[in-house]
Design a protein around this ligand. Structure first.
Ligand code: PMP
Length: 419
C-alpha cells in the first residue's frame, strides 16, 4: 500500500483538527517518552496525550496484562455489565487509592472521556440539590460538550457553541486579583445578592491547577477556603481532576495536598493508564441518587482500559515511589525554568509537580518556541487564555536523561526565539 502522507488528512479531515497543525508529522509508533514518525524521525513527548499518558507510551508493565487479556479472549465491550476486568479495576481502585486515603466514593463510569465525567457531575449536582446554576472559574476548562463547555472559561472554545446550556456564573480563580484569600468576601456578597439574578448554585466546579487555562495554580489555602464556603452554603464541590489527577501534581488526587474532600470528583485521561478512553465520576455515597439507567450510554467503561488501569494502579500506586519522583522531577523542571528566566528577562514560570508552564509575553513567542522545539524533535504545546504559556506535561515515568535532553532542546528553542 501507499505510504501515509499528511495530504490524506489535509484533504479529507475536518478543519477542526488542531494538534496536527503544530506537529505535522505522521506518527506511527511510540515507546516510553519517544514517538516515531513514518519517516523514522524520533520525537521526545513532553505533552503525553494532554495528560492521558502519565505512564508513557506502551509501558511494558501495562502492555503485558493487556496482551494477555486479549490473548485469552477477554471481553472488550460490555455496556455496563459486570465483568471480571471491571471488578479487578474497582478492587484495585478501592484498595490502592480510596482506602489508604480514607476516601469514600461510589464510582460511576459515565462514558468514555473527560467531558462525560463532567456532564455526569453537573447533572448529578443539579439532581441532588434541585438547583440549576453552577459556579465555575475564569480560565477554567472542563470539556467541549454543551454542559461542560458552559462552565469553561475560554471564549474561543465557546465561540462555536453560542449561548451556554447550563446557567454558569464565572468567578475569579485564585490569583486573579493578585491572590488574596479575602477574594471570598466578594464571592459571598454575590451569593447573597439574589436580587441581581444569581440563582443559588447547585455546585462549584474547580480545577486545582488549570491546565488548559495556562497552568494557574490554586493555593492550598484558597482551595480550603473554597471548600469551607461550599460546605457552609450547602453548595456541592466538584473537583475536576481529569488532567491533574492520577499523580500529575505529586499526589494521586490533586486536591490531597490541600486536605479537602470534594463531594464529586471527575477523573479520566490517565486513569486507563494506556491512553485508552476511560472516565470516572466519583460520588459521595449519600449523593448517589441516580436511578438505574438514568445516565446511560454505550461506552460506559472500557474493559481493556480496566485491565491497563488496574495494572497501572498496582505498578505505580502500591507505594509512594512515583509520587516522590514526580515532586523531584517537577523541581528539576522548575530549576531549568528559573535558569531560562535568568537569561531572558520577563520570562516567568509556574506549576506544581509535573505540570509546568513557561509564561511568555505573547502568543507568538510561545508558538515560536513550540515550533522551534518541534523542529528539534520535542513536542510541547501552548495553553492559557491567549496561548502565551508553554505547558510541559511529560510522562511521570520519564527518566532523568530524557528529561535533560528535552529541557536542553527547550532552552535552545527559547534562546532562538527570544534572541
Ligand atoms: N476537564 C479538564 C480539567 C480537562 O483538562 C479536560 C481535557 N483537556 C477535560 C475536562 C475534558 O476531557 P476530554 O477531552 O477527555 O473530554
Amino acid at each position: 500500500s501507499q505510504p501515509v502522507t499528511s495530504e490524506i488528512f489535509t484533504d479529507h479531515e475536518s478543519e477542526v483538527r488542531s494538534y496536527c497543525r503544530s506537529w505535522p508529522a505522521v506518527f506511527s509508533r511510540a515507546k516510553g517518552v519517544w514517538l516515531t514518525d513514518v519517516d523514522g524521525r524520533r520525537y521526545l513527548d513532553f505533552f503525553a496525550g494532554a495528560g492521558a499518558l502519565n505512564y508513557g507510551h506502551n509501558n511494558p508493565a501495562l502492555k503485558g496484562p493487556l496482551l494477555e487479556y486479549l490473548a485469552r479472549d477477554g471481553i472488550t465491550h460490555s455496556l455496563d455489565m459486570y465483568t471480571e476486568a471491571k471488578g479487578e479495576f474497582l478492587t484495585s481502585f478501592q484498595e490502592l487509592i480510596l482506602d489508604p486515603r480514607g476516601l469514600d466514593y461510589k464510582v460511576q463510569f459515565p462514558g468514555p472521556t473527560g467531558t462525560n465525567a463532567v456532564e455526569a457531575a453537573l447533572k448529578l449536582a443539579r439532581k441532588v440539590t434541585g438547583r440549576e446554576s453552577i459556579i465555575s472559574f475564569t480560565n477554567a476548562f472542563h470539556g467541549m460538550t454543551l454542559g461542560s463547555l458552559s462552565v469553561t472559561g475560554n471564549s474561543m472554545k465557546r465561540a462555536g457553541a453560542g449561548v451556554p446550556l447550563v446557567h454558569a456564573t464565572p468567578m475569579p480563580f485564585d490569583n486573579y486579583f493578585g491572590g488574596v484569600v479575602e477574594d471570598f468576601h466578594w464571592f459571598e456578597r454575590v451569593l447573597d445578592d439574589s436580587g441581581s439574578g444569581l440563582n443559588r448554585p447547585a455546585a462549584v466546579i474547580v480545577e486545582t491547577v488549570q491546565g488548559e487555562g495556562g497552568v494557574n495554580v490554586a493555593r492550598a489555602e484558597w482551595l480550603r477556603a473554597l471548600a469551607e464556603l461550599c460546605r457552609r452554603r450547602e453548595i456541592l464541590l466538584i473537583v475536576d481532576d481529569v488532567q491533574m489527577g492520577c499523580g500529575r501534581t505529586g499526589t494521586f488526587f490533586s486536591f490531597e495536598e490541600a486536605g479537602i474532600v470534594p463531594d464529586i470528583v471527575t477523573l479520566s485521561k490517565s486513569i486507563g493508564g494506556y491512553g485508552m478512553p476511560l472516565a470516572l465520576t466519583l460520588i459521595r455515597p449519600d449523593l448517589d441518587v441516580w436511578g438505574p439507567g438514568e445516565h446511560n450510554g454505550t461506552f460506559r467503561g472500557n474493559n481493556p482500559a480496566f485491565i491497563t488501569g488496574a495494572a497501572a494502579l498496582r505498578e505505580y500506586w502500591s507505594d509512594d515511589t512515583l509520587a516522590r519522583d514526580v515532586v523531584a522531577t517537577g523541581d528539576r523542571i522548575a530549576t531549568a525554568f528559573t535558569e531560562m528566566g535568568e537569561t531572558h528577562r520577563g520570562l516567568s514560570h509556574r506549576g506544581r509537580g509535573m505540570v509546568r508552564g513557561l509564561v511568555f509575553d505573547d502568543a507568538p513567542a510561545a508558538a515560536g518556541v513550540c515550533a522551534a522545539a518541534f523542529d528539534a524533535g520535542l513536542l510541547v504545546e501552548t495553553s492559557g487564555p491567549s496561548d502565551e504559556v508553554v505547558k510541559l506535561l511529560p510522562p511521570l515515568t520519564i527518566g532523568a536523561d530524557d528529561l535533560d535532553v528535552g529541557l536542553t532542546v527547550l532552552a535552545q528553542a527559547v534562546d532562538e526565539v527570544l534572541a
